[in-house]
Design a protein around this ligand. Sequence first.
Ligand SMILES: [Zn+2]
Length: 591
Amino acid sequence: MLFPKICKRVKDIGTISSRQFQRRIRNKIELLNNSLPIATNFIKIQPSPQSNPIALLKSPDKQLHSTITNNNCSYIEPCDSNTTLNLTNKFHASISIDLIQQIRKWAVQFNVSHGCANEMLNILRNTGQEVPKDIRTILREHKAVRPISEIKNGSYLNLGICNIVQPHLLKQINNITNNIMIKLSFSIDGLPLGKNSKSQFWPILMSFINLTIFKKKIFPVGIFHSFNSKPGDINEYLGPFIHELNHILTYGIQINNKQINFEIAHIVADAPAKAFLLNVKNHNGYFSCTSCEVEGEYLDRICFLDLFAPLRTDNSFRLKTNAEYHKDGFSPLIDLPIDITKKKTNENVGGKKDSLSLALFKLRKSVPAEFARLPRSLDDVEYWKATEFREFLLYTGIIVLKSNIKKEQYNHLLILFVSVRILCSDNNFSTYYDLASKLLIEFVQSYSCIYGSKFVSYNVHSLIHLPFFVNLHGPLDNFNAFKYENYLQTLKKSMKCCRFPLAEILNKVLAFEGEELKTSLNNDSFIESFKIDKNLSNFRFTYYNKVTLKSNNYTLCCDNIKDQCIILENEDIVMIKNIYKLNSKNDKTTK
Ligand SMILES: [Zn+2]
């Protein structure tokens, strides 16, 4: 019986301050206003005898159920006692559910600590709200099933491919055609959890690369954790994942009578992770190139000078024809229906340091909003993220290096710049593929002349194999690791305590997934916009000073030169002075 409880709370009002009292009443009125459409089925609303509901409620001995309603000076009069009970229960249920959903969203969105959230719940309880004492009740963390098993060197959390993707596919089932073939991309890599410990995750992440509705979605399907090292047994680590993956590759998934099929597009991993997954020698071994059978030479480090060694094939890998390349045992990846030598890739770009920092710093004011990070000093190069190396290679490096390095070195760098530009281009990579291949061979060949043979390391040598992978998987950005890196950093930042990392990460993943499934898609062409001034907008046009386009995530801004310039299809460069949208006749409230 909720009704008596409410009456009791009203009686306690005498013990609180007048400001607290008024705040409580305002909250109540606001919540009841939100719930009003439900309540009108049960009640009749009549004009209030008093113009101000707050004034009415200042008398604590008035019965709350008979007075509170919206701030348009109405009051609720019960039809009969049964209706009153229904009404109160209905109100109460809608208030609690709405409030609890909002608290859950807030806690997940801002990654609020349990201590902070519990304190907030305590405050709400003190002000009369019916909320649980512990945030874990709201997040439903205690109900999480924990499919965690102990394996060599640590523990493995098997989230499962079907468990994770099915709710998302179900939600979007109307946007998915029957018998579709979804191309799967995977990323497997280590993620250190702290600077002062060896604690680390090894997540297996997945994404769909040919469904635009899931363009940015990352699905975590399994996570290994160890306090001191990587997984001790590759077969034990990948076993459950490979088993389930083989099953869905063979049978697909049926949702609402729609058959959904899957195939593997690629697996993204850096050099150490790739060697681990393939169960081969590390990238500093004599035969460590995973694309060709080049034998390295030791010149202070292992260098790879032969650019035309025979390529590795799926057959040669499975038969272990190059014994020096393999470790004992087999990689579990050979159980997958893929060409082992073609389904893996890595991306690694180097940089140089010196007095270029100032030139880079000057560019900061010209870097548009689409870049995740502004250029920073080369003194910090060891802390640069992969996205900063990409920005340097494709955009800023070519500008700042021109007057800061020798002409020979600059011209050499231009070869790399042009070839990587081609391989990144959606429109030109297939047309200029041969040119890019020749340029990259020329770049690596002349690298030893300019910098010395001992610098032709694994990463430099690997550049000659890039065109091969681009030919298979499309432009470089189709299979880079940035979206996975972003997801890993989000997971890492969400960690609050390191006592039970896998249990904690499971709760975080479930909370993220739950919130994403509740979020509806925004079909507006603008995903974010800022009106310039209401007074300037009229019934025909709405003016903006800044918009972000949903189609490509580009930001356009009228009053900031770095986001003001665009290039048209005819290659004219123009500056945007005004942005406006024509209002439709039926709907004048545009976003
Ligand atoms: Zn090679």
